[in-house]
Design a protein around this ligand. Structure first.
Ligand SMILES: [Cu+2]
Length: 181
């Protein structure tokens, strides 16, 4: 019995750890990538904990939309003149290999202005699975960091995610261990 419980606990812990590895996110979920309806892509992105190794999928009708990866300045002004990359298949899968902001919008005139834009903010890799590329990234000394603005507050989110998983794990673990006593 004790051994079985231990096995179950191990399985649960491994399942939880697995969750924090690479994930696949479809932008907009079932609504996908569109100007129809009132999808708030900022809200959509805010609920995610993007990590290096994750995959972002843009699904859309390629007749009406596309995907452009752009700089922050271009993103803010919906400037389509010189995108970093353009995707047009209607089912574009983008691998996240760097931390920081990844700005995307639809390059069809008017669509970005209508809100078809998303900022994928990839946070510092979680303590569970640090990747070599994350470790190699340059770090800024604390003294050089300007006073935090609302935009800079985002990097605190991964802690919330990690604790969220702990919240989930602890009752399960304590439940499992309580059967020993
Ligand atoms: Cu569009």
């Amino acid at each position: 019995m004790g051994l079985a419980v231990r096995g179950v606990v191990l399985f649960i812990v491994m399942a939880i750890v697995q969750v924090s590895y690479a994930a696949v996110y479809k932008v907009g979920d079932s609504a996908a990538w569109t100007t129809l309806g009132t999808i708030d892509y900022r809200k959509w992105a805010a609920t995610k904990n993007f990590q290096i190794g994750d995959t972002i999928i843009f699904e859309y009708n390629a007749t009406f939309h596309n995907v452009m990866q752009v700089t922050h300045a271009m993103y803010k002004s919906c400037n389509t003149s010189s995108p970093i990359a353009t995707f047009t298949t209607g089912n574009d899968s983008i691998n996240i290999t760097k931390q920081g902001h990844h700005f995307f919008f639809c390059g069809v005139p008017g669509h970005c202005q209508a809100g078809q834009k998303v900022d994928i903010n990839v946070l510092v890799a979680s303590a569970v699975a640090p990747t070599p590329s994350a470790l190699a990234s340059p770090t800024v000394p604390l003294s050089n960091v300007p006073a935090p603005s609302p935009n800079n507050a985002a990097p605190l989110i991964p802690l919330k995610g990690a604790f969220g998983m702990m919240d989930l794990a602890m009752p399960i673990l304590s439940l499992a261990f309580s059967s020993y006593v």
